[in-house]
Write a protein that binds this ligand. Structure first.
Ligand SMILES: C[S@@+](CC[C@H](N)C(=O)[O-])C[C@H]1O[C@@H](n2cnc3c(N)ncnc32)[C@H](O)[C@@H]1O
Ligand SMILES: [Zn+2]
Length: 181
C-alpha cells in the first residue's frame, strides 16, 4: 500500500496569509490530516505568544483539554495553514491526545479548507479583544471574530489568566470516521 496523495496544497488565501486548498474532491468524513507539532504546557504557550503585545493575533497553537497545547510553529505540518471560518467545511476533533482535521461535508476541488478555531478567550469579548481576533472569513455567518468567550463554568477556575489569551480548542473525541489512508 502506497502513501495517500495529499488532499490539499498551500497557496495564498483571501482569508489570511497562506491557506489549504483541496487538490481533488474530498468526501465527507475524510480524515484529512493530523495537526502535529511540539507538545507544550499552557504556561509555555502563554510565554511564547503574548497577545497583549500584539496588534493582531497570530499563533500556531492548538489547545488540548489538559492544560497542554500543540505548537505547530517549529515542527508542525501543513495542517497549521488551515484557516478559520465561521462557516467551515472541516472540523478539528481530538482523539486521545491527538488532533485530526476531518471534512464535515463533501469539499469540491479548489475550495479552501477551513474549520472553526473557537479560540477560547479568558476575559471579556469586548471591542478591543474582537479587534485583536478579527475574522476575515467573509462568510454570511461570520461572527466578526475567531474568538469565543470561555464558558462560565470554566471561568470559575482559580488558575485562569486575567489578560486576553487564547488558543484553539478541540471538540471532544469522536470515532468512526473515514480515514485518508
Ligand atoms: C495557524 S495560522 C493559519 C495559517 C495562516 N494563514 C498563515 O499563513 O500563517 C493561524 C493564524 O492565521 C490567521 N487566521 C486564520 N484564519 C483567520 C480568519 N478567518 N481571519 C483572520 N485571521 C485568520 C490568524 O492570525 C491566526 O492566528
Ligand atoms: Zn468569520
Amino acid at each position: 500500500m502506497g502513501t495517500q496523495k495529499p488532499w490539499f496544497e498551500l497557496r495564498r488565501s483571501s482569508i489570511q496569509g497562506k491557506g489549504a486548498f483541496a487538490l481533488r474532491d474530498i468526501p465527507k468524513d475524510t480524515r484529512v490530516i493530523e495537526y502535529t507539532g511540539e507538545r507544550i504546557s499552557a504556561e509555555e504557550a502563554s510565554a511564547r505568544y503574548d497577545d497583549s503585545r500584539a496588534k493582531r493575533h497570530h499563533t500556531f497553537l492548538f489547545e488540548l483539554g489538559d492544560e497542554r497545547c500543540i505548537d505547530a510553529k517549529r515542527i508542525g505540518n501543513d495542517a497549521r495553514y488551515i484557516n478559520h471560518s465561521c462557516e467551515p467545511n472541516c472540523e478539528a476533533l481530538q482523539e486521545g491526545n491527538r488532533i485530526f482535521i476531518y471534512a464535515r461535508k463533501q469539499i469540491p476541488a479548489g475550495a479552501e479548507l477551513t474549520y472553526d478555531y473557537q479560540y477560547v478567550i479568558d476575559g471579556p469579548l469586548d471591542a478591543e479583544t474582537r479587534a485583536l481576533y478579527a475574522c476575515k472569513c467573509g462568510t454570511r455567518k461570520c461572527r466578526g471574530t475567531i474568538a469565543v468567550a470561555r464558558p462560565r463554568k470554566k471561568l470559575a477556575k482559580p488558575a485562569k489568566r486575567s489578560n486576553a489569551k487564547s488558543s484553539k480548542t478541540a471538540k471532544t473525541t469522536r470515532s468512526k470516521r473515514t480515514a485518508s489512508r
